[in-house]
Design a protein around this ligand. Structure first.
Ligand code: FES
Length: 81
C-alpha cells in the first residue's frame, strides 16, 4: 500500500526506514530519499513511527519517551494493589 503518493513510498519502504533508525517524519523522508510535497502522508508516517518505535517493541512505557514525565507514572502503592 502506498503511504506517500507524491514520492511513491509504500509501507515496506517506510517501515524499512523506521527499522533502520528513522525517528521522525523528516528522517523517514530523508532515509527514503524523498522530499515532502503535499504533506498528506505525514499523519500516516507519524502513526507508523508510533507503532514501530523500538521502545514499544521492547515494552518500555510510552511515558519514558516524553520529557518532563516520570518513566513510571503509577506510584508504587497503586501498582502493588
Ligand atoms: S503524499 Fe506524501 S508528500 Fe504528498
Amino acid at each position: 500500500m502506498y503511504v506517500c503518493i507524491c514520492n511513491a513510498l509504500n509501507t515496506r519502504t517506510v517501515t524499512q526506514a523506521i527499522d533502520d533508525g528513522a525517528e521522525t517524519v523528516g528522517q523517514v523522508y530523508k532515509a527514503c530519499g524523498a522530499v515532502p510535497q503535499c504533506g498528506k502522508c505525514k499523519c500516516t508516517i507519524r502513526e507508523m513511527l508510533d507503532e514501530h518505535a523500538p521502545e514499544h517493541a521492547a515494552g518500555t512505557p510510552v511515558t519514558a519517551a516524553i520529557p518532563g514525565l516520570p518513566a513510571d507514572p503509577l506510584p508504587a502503592a497503586i501498582r502493588a494493589a
